[in-house]
Design a protein around this ligand. Sequence first.
Ligand code: 5GP
Ligand code: ZN
Length: 113
Amino acid sequence: MDSCLFCKIIKGEIPSSKVYEDEYVYAFNDINPVAPVHILIIPKEHICGAGEVTEENSGNIAKVFEAIAKIAKRLDLKDGYRIVNNCGEKAGQSVFHMHFHLIAGCEMGWPPC
Ligand code: 5GP
Ligand code: ZN
């Protein structure tokens, strides 16, 4: 997707602070962190959002979660972390390339609203 911000980040056309990369997944620090640790983990394949996950592309999401486990181990996030996916504008999605926020390092409330 030529016009997609996160596709441009994957291609290196827009700089990012890379945390992790493999064949299927790219992870980088959020430009506007809401917590001491705030990493975005994205599939390299352009999937607009959770509503566009199919039998054909869901393997990419499994790879995202494999990457999350590796990142959490590498960063020693023993005290826990939260994975957030905002799906749709009303839920707060502002970039329509599916991504997961990995948030850690602060007290987190529940429920969110
Ligand atoms: P959403 O609101 O769609 O769930 O999350 C999008 C996230 O992308 C936001 O937390 C926002 O700060 C982050 N973001 C937007 N543009 C950029 C960028 O150019 N670089 C980085 N590293 N993060 C970005
Ligand atoms: Zn994209």
